[in-house]
Ligand binder design. Structure first.
Ligand SMILES: *[C@@H]1O[C@H](CO)[C@@H](O)[C@H](O)[C@H]1NC(C)=O
Ligand SMILES: *[C@@H]1O[C@H](CO)[C@@H](O)[C@H](O)[C@H]1NC(C)=O
Ligand SMILES: *[C@@H]1O[C@H](CO)[C@@H](O)[C@H](O)[C@H]1NC(C)=O
Ligand SMILES: *[C@@H]1O[C@H](CO)[C@@H](O)[C@H](O)[C@H]1NC(C)=O
Ligand SMILES: *[C@@H]1O[C@H](CO)[C@@H](O)[C@H](O)[C@H]1NC(C)=O
Length: 359
């Protein structure tokens, strides 16, 4: 058995509280910047209903451009039709000044669709920094693919700088920059920032991504399916917990398909750099099937064969989040296995999960 460093079974579980059952979609404190639209212009986005503004109050310099019209159909949202690029200078920064300043915790998302805006057909490659620290490298490998980089960040000052840094002969650019205040009690971490590794909505019935409107924090939930799994779902509202995963995400889940597998577990794995990568994991569960009195659904959660949490009984129409409070690290591969207990009559289910990497 491989022992994980830092893996002292440090988990916490957040249950739903009736007081926050109703999703209040209050976008106050959101900063929505559509980079590259004319200075002084603004609009209401038709998908999210959020008001977007131009970026001249947040950054100096840069050039506004439209993406090539051949890529316009690839743009799922209006924010991707224009970009701001920075041919001059090595480092160009946006300054965000959120309402709660350094007392807040924020989800910040930078989005990029190259769309051959410069007619050079040369795919850019550049670094992103936040508050002076390296965040990530943006490597555009396809002119028509949207890249989103997300971070959960607690700033040490009242303003936050998001910088684009030139690392070769290509020119940094950006399509949209968004900031959403989070409840400071969620995604607890010892580091200043967590960058998103993956966020999946398991067993979507629509195969559409879900974001603001449904998600009060405007996280983007991607639909995802595992082989040999079936979708279980409810048409009822699922109660939120402090993580506020929307009912639209929690009302579907994946569970092993008894017709194609005898394996009574839901599992997934990913490859890591054991010397560098440190992860935080958030597993979101809710029972979506009204069980008969003779039925039980009970399972254990293992990470690399270490019992992480269990036994777990998902509650009917109520979200519970099981999450790490300190990072797991030290392995080349992580395998999460959620398997039924000996007495459970039903196999496990999983509604959604998120994995973040420490910065
Ligand atoms: C656009 O800006 C004007 C002037 O500041 C403001 O009155 C209007 O409400 C804004 N519209 C949107 C959609 O943000
Ligand atoms: C970019 O992605 C599109 C859509 O997935 C694909 O059709 C195209 O071949 C890709 N282009 C390159 C250069 O890989
Ligand atoms: C699951 O979704 C399907 C399709 O929307 C719906 O017909 C069915 O009633 C749902 N199941 C439950 C238990 O609500
Ligand atoms: C943040 O979450 C805590 C714990 O769930 C809750 O008590 C508090 O009311 C929340 N604050 C806001 C502003 O939603
Ligand atoms: C559940 O999975 C863990 C980790 O793979 C394994 O060690 C354990 O034996 C499994 N338990 C059952 C009852 O299958």
């Amino acid at each position: 058995m491989e022992m994980l460093k830092g893996f002292l079974f440090a988990w916490v579980i957040a249950f739903s509280l009736a007081t926050i059952a109703v999703a209040q979609n209050d976008p106050s404190g959101f900063i929505n910047i559509d980079c590259g639209i004319p200075a002084g212009s603004n609009y209401t986005d038709i998908i999210t209903g959020l008001p977007y503004t131009s970026d001249e109050c947040y950054v100096s310099g840069g050039v506004d451009s439209k993406i090539s019209s051949i890529y316009e159909p690839n743009s799922p949202q209006r924010q991707f039709l224009t970009v701001k690029s920075f041919p001059l200078g090595t480092k160009n920064c946006y300054t965000l000044t959120p309402n709660e300043g350094k007392f807040g915790k924020y989800l910040i998302r930078a989005s990029f669709l190259y769309g051959d805006y410069d007619g050079n057909a040369q795919l850019p490659n550049f670094d992103l920094y936040i508050g002076g620290d390296y965040w990530d490298t943006v490597t555009i490998s396809n002119e028509s693919t949207v890249i989103m980089k997300e971070i959960i960040h607690t700033p040490s000052t009242d303003s936050i700088s998001v910088c684009l840094v030139k690392i070769d002969t290509t020119t940094p650019f950006i399509s949209a920059l968004e900031l959403r205040p989070l409840n400071t009690t969620i995604y607890p971490t010892l580091s200043k920032s967590l960058k998103l590794f993956v966020r999946l909505n398991l067993g979507s019935l629509t195969n559409q991504y879900i974001r603001y409107g449904y998600d009060a924090y405007d996280r983007v939930w991607l639909p995802y399916y595992f082989e040999k799994m079936i979708i279980v779902n409810t048409t009822q509202e699922v109660l939120e917990n402090s993580y506020r995963v929307p009912s639209a995400v929690m009302s579907t889940a994946l569970t092993p398909d008894p017709l194609t597998t005898t394996d009574n577990s839901v599992s997934f794995n990913w490859i890591a750099d054991s010397t560098r990568d440190r992860y935080y994991i958030y597993l979101h569960f809710a029972e979506v099937v009204e069980l008969l009195v003779t039925q039980t659904r009970q399972f254990n959660i293992y990470i690399n064969d270490n019992l992480f949490y269990g036994p777990m009984y998902p509650i009917y129409l109520s979200t519970a989040t099981v999450y790490t409070v300190s990072p797991i690290y030290g392995a080349d591969r992580y395998t999460v296995v959620i398997n039924k207990t000996a007495t459970s009559t039903l196999p496990p289910l999983l509604n959604a999960f998120e994995i973040y990497k420490e910065i």
